[in-house]
Design a protein around this ligand. Structure first.
Ligand code: ATP
Length: 468
């Protein structure tokens, strides 16, 4: 029965195929003894190679050394290779501190990965079972996990396979008894932390006794359902990602309108994906961080800034969000980040960051054209205050004379503005966006026409002209 269950999971999740190499992690407890024994039985049918690996954490003196010897002898009887490492966990703890379980666990997995690597990228098999899964889901739930945490452990993830994940602790114990396997019982409890112990010994029995005897099964099923839904959502997020996000020159821009068009679950996942791509991982990113960014993308004030743990910052642009990474802030230091410097109208605003000044004058009629450094606007069609700033990722505008809006980056490319200059081009904006890429092109928006009664004339004055 247990063998059938293991086979079913192996096949359903394609855990093992012919030619695979597997490092079976064996503590000497019932779960891992059953795992070694069962995989050994499956080996001929599936055609994989297996090696057993055991870690003596040196935490219980002679007893743990005996355990290592026990695992060796067990493997010898089955004709299996066994690699044992004695790892000085107490020594590492004395030197670096930390929790015993965490340190033991990190060193244990490091050893298992070394063995797997030495076999040319073998899979690591562990003896996690259905009751471990139920505990994990419940613990994650208590800690406030979202769909990712409610998936519990995966049958196959990160180079680790868990062939016993659909088998209960009781079934494993029955199997050990039936096959005459005599586990070292201590080892199985060695790593159990305080919370897990309480969930195992108090909470789950209470829930089973007083609420639902099928709680373990239900939690394990929830994990499977959540895992499938999570995968689906991730796939959807990856599919729509390029509709929302645009990364160029190391800066990531997210488009608010495209984000708003998605269902909420997908908005969150797209944001998580963007953060993961930019930061390399989601460690330390909570539900709250994602919500905060989402709120900023949908309703935030232009120029507002939010920094995630680890230092990645997002600024609210006119169209959405843009990252301000280290390179970006270096650039912003030579330019002017949103919200920008307010223009005095009428009057002269000095802009020392760009070595220039902007002169603003109001007229009753359109003055004669005076060249590239001057632009005129219908003052009553604008949304003051006007500001001057430099570009951020995601900037768009509608160049006068063209059919529609365009990414500023593309405009710069088409207008052959050298890359080194782009962060120093003054952008004159009102609260609805860019009005003038000063010195290059005015926006189609805000231009005066025959109905205009008040005309704003802006003139760029280069620093040399101010000083001489
Ligand atoms: N000393 C050990 N040597 C080799 N493998 C081990 C050892 N201890 C545990 N394992 C492997 O890890 C599996 C899980 O063990 P356990 O539940 O005790 O670990 P844990 O500390 O909870 O950490 P995790 O569950 O993340 O592995 C076991 O079934 C076994 O495959």
């Amino acid at each position: 029965m247990i063998l059938e269950k293991v086979k079913a999971l192996v096949e359903r999740r394609r855990l093992l195929t012919a030619g695979d190499r597997v490092v079976v992690a064996c503590s000497g407890g019932p779960d891992s003894l059953a795992l070694v024994h069962l995989l050994h039985r499956l080996q001929p049918a599936y055609g994989f190679d297996m090696v057993v690996a055991h870690v003596d954490h040196m935490l219980r003196g002679a007893e743990s050394a005996r355990e290592a010897e026990f695992v060796r002898a067990f493997c010898r009887r089955l004709g299996l290779d066994c690699q044992v490492a004695a790892i000085d966990v107490p020594g590492v703890l004395a030197e670096r501190g930390g929790s015993t379980q965490e340190v033991a666990r990190t060193l244990r997995y490091a050893f298992l990965r070394r063995v797997a690597d030495s076999l040319g990228g073998a899979k690591i098999a562990t003896g996690h079972h259905r009751d471990d899964q139920a505990e994990t889901v419940l613990i994650n739930f208590l800690r406030g996990a979202g769909p990712g945490g409610l998936r519990g452990m995966q049958p196959a993830a990160g180079g680790i396979i868990r062939p016993l994940l659909s088998v209960t602790r009781q079934e494993i114990e029955d199997y050990c008894a039936a096959e005459g396997l005599t586990p070292c019982l201590d080892s199985s409890n060695l790593h159990t932390d305080y919370l897990r112990n309480r969930v195992r010994l108090e909470l789950l029995p209470l829930l089973a006794r007083e609420y639902n005897p099928a709680i373990g099964e239900n939690l394990a099923r929830l994990a499977e359902i959540m895992a499938d839904q999570y995968d689906f959502l991730k796939q959807c997020a990856a599919d729509v990602y390029t509709r929302v996000a645009d990364e160029t020159e190391g800066r990531l821009a997210l488009d608010s309108a495209a984000l708003a068009a998605l269902p909420t679950a997908l908005r969150r996942e797209v944001l998580r994906l963007a953060i993961e791509k930019k930061r390399g991982s989601l460690t330390g990113i909570s539900f709250w961080h994602v919500e905060k960014l989402l709120e900023m993308a949908l309703d935030g004030k232009v120029g507002s800034l939010f920094t995630l743990p680890g230092g990645l910052s997002f600024v609210r642009t006119y169209d959405g969000l843009a990252t301000v990474d280290r390179a970006g802030s270096a650039r912003a230091a030579v330019g002017i980040a949103p919200p920008g410097r307010a223009l005095v109208v009428p009057g002269v605003t000095e802009v020392p960051e760009l070595n220039l000044a902007v002169a603003a004058a109001l007229h009753d009629e359109i003055p004669a054209a005076t060249g590239r450094l001057t632009a005129v606007f219908d003052w009553q069609a604008l949304s003051p205050p006007l500001v001057v700033r430099t570009r951020v990722a995601g900037d768009r505008f509608w160049p006068a004379g063209m059919q529609g809006s365009k990414k500023l980056k593309e405009f710069f490319i088409d207008a052959k503005v050298p890359r080194s200059e782009r962060d120093r081009v003054p952008l004159i904006c009102d609260q609805d966006g860019i009005l003038w890429v000063a010195g290059y092109r005015q926006s189609a928006r805000g231009r005066p026409d025959s109905a205009t009664r008040r005309v704003l004339e802006l003139t760029l004055i280069r620093q040399e002209e101010i000083t001489c």
